[in-house]
Design a protein around this ligand. Structure first.
Ligand SMILES: [Zn+2]
Length: 332
């Protein structure tokens, strides 16, 4: 079963989380494979989307936020867009769209950053928005700032965390057809509320320990974390990974988050949302689709659910904004 585990290093300003998505990730892949139009993902896309899914769960688990964390990459290459959305309660959905053939073994730059136009966006979309409130979004290039393109998602996100969020971060990610997994290690600010060490004194030592890249405890644990191999992350259970990496450290682990409390596949699409989208198209556009095809059929990219609206349904959408067409049914 999919599982998320958070942990702390006793007395040190370092926290971690490890995620192992099995059933949740397999469900994402199964739904895509059963989509006869799009078909299963090529291996490099599967691997990238799995790594993004694990990373998005880890990032969502590390913030106090009521809403969706959306991790996207988009750019130029055969992969047009990959999107992962994780709600605060760890419901997960993910999808990718392709515009061309993907070579076996294609790396990140070949998939989506062929001319340096690739971007990674992290959006925090609050569950309850104030009127006019925009979601927070951070966008970074898929390169290190000196033109060197990243070849792994973990590098992109480490770069983002260090530069945009000023957080020392190590991420190890891996995914295949069965498992999407990740390990996150982050340094907490030594000063302030999040001070777990509780012993930061004024003066040079404390200032040094609170400077990015300068905390010895973090650097030691980060080094241990970075020795974790892709294969180990995919095949070993969480306790074994933590023991192997940190057997010399005092690790305090929280209770495993699994089942309804843990990361799980769930789509947030609904007939009502699709109706809103059709309303957004405008009546003229909707009527032209109806004239051409007889009904408006919308398939959810994330879960494969199909929603069909005939002329009567569509007329009701525009006649009574906000209400659902009565008696309407979604079709599988
Ligand atoms: Zn859906």
């Amino acid at each position: 079963m999919s599982e998320l585990r958070k942990f702390l290093f006793d007395g040190l300003p370092v926290r971690g989380a490890i995620v192992r998505l099995t059933d949740a990730w397999q469900e994402v892949l199964r739904r895509r494979a059963s989509n006869t139009t799009a078909g299963a993902y090529p291996a490099p896309v599967q691997s990238l989307l799995g790594e993004m899914t694990a990373a998005a769960v880890l990032m969502q688990s590390g913030i106090q936020f009521d809403g969706a964390l959306v991790l996207q990459v988009f750019g130029d290459g055969p992969l047009k867009l990959a999107v992962v959305e994780v709600q605060s309660d760890l419901r997960v959905r993910a999808t990718a769209s392709l515009s061309g053939a993907v070579e076996n073994g294609a790396a990140l730059s070949e998939l989506i950053n062929q001319n340096g136009q690739g971007r990674c966006a992290i959006t925090l979309d609050p569950a309850r928005k104030q009127p006019g409130q925009q979601p927070y979004q951070g966008v970074v290039a898929l390169s290190d700032g000196e033109g060197q393109g990243f070849e792994r998602m973990a590098e992109v996100l480490q770069h983002y965390m260090r530069h945009s969020e000023q957080l020392d971060t190590v991420l190890v990610l891996a995914a295949d057809a069965q498992v999407a997994a990740g390990l996150l290690i982050q340094r907490l600010p030594v000063k302030g509320e999040a001070n777990l060490a509780g012993q930061a004194s004024e003066g040079e030592d404390a200032a040094q320990a609170d400077t990015q890249g300068q905390n010895e405890d973090f650097n030691r644990i980060a080094h241990l974390a970075s020795t974790l191999k892709r294969e180990e992350l995919l095949t070993l259970d969480i306790d074994t990974v933590l023991r192997r990496l940190f057997w010399e450290e005092r690790v305090l682990t929280f209770a495993p988050l699994t089942g309804e409390a843990g990361p799980r596949f769930a789509c947030t699409c609904s007939r009502e949302r699709v109706a809103q989208m059709i309303r957004g198209l405008g009546q003229a556009e909707a009527e032209s689709i109806l004239a051409e095809r007889g009904d408006i059929e919308v398939g959810c990219e994330f879960c494969g659910q199909h929603y069909r609206f005939d002329a009567v349904d569509a007329a009701q959408i525009f006649a009574a904004p906000g209400s659902l067409p009565p008696g309407s049914q979604s079709v599988q």
